[in-house]
Ligand binder design. Structure first.
Ligand code: NAP
Length: 409
């Protein structure tokens, strides 16, 4: 298959999609974006670890045909475009991709490449699992109690970036219209719009509940600020309960219906928490939470706050998933001051690779990498970010960490 300026994809097969599920061949073509800044360093480490694990787990029967595609600085340098159409086309065609961090262009044009990719491919769920590995320094007393997975709506909310500058004709016009509707906004204000739809909320919560059922998790918590924003965040909560009741009635029970009793065996409890209280709960009683479903902005804050409890962004993986497409990514930025120094922690992208292997159904290879990460950190072999906070750590660079992981596979 030819992709314009990128030429032909490497030999391999396309991931299929049938009856609502992906079908994975033994040699899937997977587009990857190396990323900017430290991206090339962490990508090299990640590719080596994933390839080694797949080769070992399946005795050479399965392999990934990596296809390099471009976005961000590299794309801008080569093609004078931040996000070439060929990249969108390749990911659309091959369905699963993985990416390093991208520089956010400053000034006009594209607001954020990540947001644009999510919107163009309709990757409506951001999935952020948060767990602790032994020996990883943490600011909390019991980081082992944090084992959550956050499903964050990825397309809507104020985060969709529908906003107008203070004093612009558009903002002034909206202030006028809102005035006609009986609500007062101070003249000259900037205006942002917060769209939250039934369709968008329900499909997000549906994914979270399905995950909880498939993975035998005890509860799904809908996190919202519906006490104040009744028609947006409050509606998200109500639509969430509705999905649970109407589509998963046999598998779920609302917390309010328990009457204080324990949940019946095999039922997922669906409950809601107000966002500010959830931030407290996440610190005080994290063990009581497993699957969280929330709106875009709440999810952005909550996933980084939780990541801080288990070692920070260098340890936090993530994915952006739609119905038939998924893009796995490092959750941190490009950390440009460490570019090409072989220094930064590659765990975020490597663990995103683990999520990708899980998504492909290559569970043996995924589990092996996760075990190797645990074992390597257990031996206190760490990159600078963790080593500087750990007594007796053996500090290694990005590639050294990858080699240690491969040795521990
Ligand atoms: P950043 O790149 O995440 O880096 C901030 C600091 O976090 C680093 O200086 C480093 O701290 C620490 N850090 C980040 N990743 C790490 C890792 N893998 N291992 C160890 N430490 C790590 O944030 P930023 O400087 O605000 O953003 C830089 C660029 O990235 C911007 O253009 C931004 O828009 C973009 N960005 C992209 C994405 C994405 O593509 N997903 C996400 C966020 C930001 P120390 O200095 O303490 O060592």
């Amino acid at each position: 298959m030819e992709f314009g300026r990128y030429g032909s994809a490497p030999a391999g097969s396309r991931i299929g999609f049938e009856n609502g599920k992906i079908r994975v061949p033994d040699d899937p073509v997977i587009p990857f974006i190396r990323g900017d800044g430290t991206g090339p360093d962490i990508w090299k480490a990640t590719q080596a670890v994933l390839d080694a694990s797949v080769a070992r787990a399946f005795g050479g029967k399965k392999r990934i045909a990596w296809f390099e595609v471009f976005a961000g600085d590299t794309a801008n340098q080569r093609f004078q475009e931040w996000l070439p159409q060929e990249t969108i086309d390749a990911i659309t065609h091959y369905r699963v991709a993985i990416k390093g961090p991208l520089t956010t262009p400053i000034g006009g044009g594209i607001r954020s490449l990540n947001v644009t990719l999510r919107q163009k491919l309709d990757l409506y769920t951001c999935v952020r699992p948060v767990r602790w590995f032994e020996n990883v320094p943490s600011p909390v007393k019991r980081p082992q109690d944090v084992d959550m997975i956050i499903f964050r709506e990825n397309i809507e909310d104020v985060y969709a970036g529908i906003e107008w500058r203070a004093g612009s004709p558009e903002a002034d016009r909206l202030i006028g219209v809102i005035g006609e509707l009986g609500k007062k906004i101070r003249p000259g204000s900037a205006i942002g719009v917060k769209p939250v739809s039934e369709f968008g909320s329900k499909r997000l919560v549906r994914k979270a509940i399905r995950y909880a059922i498939d993975h035998h998790k005890p509860a799904v918590t809908l996190v919202h600020k519906g006490n104040i924003m009744k028609y947006t965040e409050g509606a998200f909560r109500d639509w969430g309960y509705e999905v649970a009741r109407t589509e998963f009635g046999d598998h779920t029970i609302a917390e309010a219906d328990l009457g204080g009793n324990p949940a019946p065996a095999g039922k997922v409890v669906v409950r809601d928490r107000i966002a500010d209280s959830m931030f407290q709960q996440a610190l005080l009683r994290p063990a009581e939470y497993s699957v969280v479903a929330t709106l875009n902005l709440n999810g952005d804050y909550l996933s980084d706050a939780l990541a801080a409890q288990v070692g920070g962004l260098g340890m936090a993986p993530g994915s952006n998933e739609g119905d038939e497409h998924a893009v796995f990514e490092a959750t941190h930025g490009t950390a440009p001051k460490y570019a090409n120094l072989d220094k930064i922690n590659p765990s975020s992208l490597i663990l995103s690779g683990v999520m990708m292997l899980e998504y492909l159904g290559w569970h043996e290879a995924a589990a092996a990498v996760e075990r190797a990460v645990a074992k390597t950190l257990g031996q206190k072999i760490m990159t600078y970010d963790l080593a500087r906070q750990t007594d007796g750590a053996k500090e290694v660079g990005t590639s050294g960490f990858a080699q240690a992981l491969i040795g521990n596979l």
